[in-house]
Design a protein around this ligand. Sequence first.
Ligand code: ZN
Length: 562
Amino acid sequence: MWFLKKHATPPLAEPAPPTPPERWTWSASTETAALTLSLFWLLSANRPFLSAALKGREWADASAWGFAAALALMVLALHFLLVALVGVRHAFKPLAALLIVGTAFASHFMDRFGVYLDPSMLRNVLRTDAKEAGELFSWSLLPHLLWQAGLPLLALWRLRLKPRRWTRAVLVRAGTLLAALVVIVGAILAVFQPFSSLMRNQKELRYLITPANYLWSIGSVLAADAKGAATPRQPIGLDAAPGPNFVKRTRPTLLVFVVGETARAANWGLSGYARQTTPELAATPGVINFAQVTSCGTNTEVSLPCMFAPVGRRAYDEERIRGSESLLHVLGRAGVGVQWVDNQSGCKGVCDGLPTAFVKDWNPAGLCAGGRCLDEGLLYGLQERLTQAQGTQVLFLHQLGNHGPSYFRRHPPAFARFQPACEQDDLRQCSREQIVNAYDNALLYTDHLLATLIQRLKAASDRVDTALIYVSDHGESLGENNLFLHGIPYAIAPDVQKRVPMVMWFSSGFAQTRGLDVACLAQRASQPATHDHLFHTVLGLVDVRTALHEKTWDLTAGCVAP
Ligand SMILES: [Zn+2]
């Protein structure tokens, strides 16, 4: 009836008459297109989720098939809901294009490295620098992108969205959104018991549902950042003051704190790895090795703020940690000279407002190329600092360390001792042996850096009381269980991503002045320790007094003069 009327009086709001069909085009309603896209993602990007969620099910049992079907329906309806909710008529195509590309990249990294796209991983992705990101892209991505992004983009380009009168469009959209919601609720109710136990026992699995995972995680990171930007960092340790030992020191004191990157305890020579990856430290007298150290996080974004917080993993609260000042501020408050020197992607907020330098800005001769510097660049200016040292100082050096996947780029050629070593940015082009060799070569270079540092600190110790602490921020997976790199949610991360090397060294002047019994501390080193100990141990070593200092978390407690 209204069709006839249309000819009689064409209303202004009526959609334009259909254009003649073009070759190689298809037409569909926005809802059909959204459903097709969701189906494509279910089949192309959600294999990791479905296989993890269905792991260990008995396929002879009909309920396993029912459960699989319910999960698939949930994923399908959820993505339909997401796309249909925001993909209104003219926004649909650009939005779908963006999501197609984002999802193709996401599924590549999930497949390749076994990562979960949770907020902390997304924080890492958003904070990474161009150089770091560049190493993750290789030509092998191309076939994957061609079929996961190229194909749907082509289909999207040739799609003609069927026009609808706006009243009808609103009704249809509301109806399909409601239907999607009903499908999700119905599917959950149908398999409620196994589904709720899955979500309770393996919460992290939801971060495999793609693209909902990264959309949710980006949203939550941006929301947390906006909240953080609106509220200034909470000052901590307002009572921090020099202790009696600090006050009576007459010689300059320099503690160097090296923040390592991606070094795992399993491959650390000093901690019993079958291969000697720490020959120089092993030959350095007085090095104390802590063989059982657990990191706070499995990525830099979590570990760095956490290792310099008074309470880290033992009562983990990301919002409190990110919203508060760090150990560095407490030291500064007590009159310690603090500086952060970075050879990576920044201090993640722990040095906000404090003196900071970047090795790439110094551009030391022969150590930098293409915006990246070798870690020996961190030693630039150290001699001058030692010669001019006054008062009590803590110098933080943030390494590039074993940052993957391009381990072979982390050391000068002379350290490529374990061969054959992987020399590809794309780890899948290499055998496991080659990957481990490249990783171990990079560790040899960290060993060299630390031993050199100790030598220099020792050489200056006739005038300056010097000490060194080295600890890595998190570990790394090198292909065990088909996992690579790091960043698996903490609760389910393998030990190789959470166990890190830690060493300390003290000049005899430092030990004497501080009243530190080095043998006693060496004894303590055979016991387990965690990143949670660092805040309190550093305060204890330089003798900064504050109510925040907890003796039970100070590794030197019982080994230093009170
Ligand atoms: Zn890291």
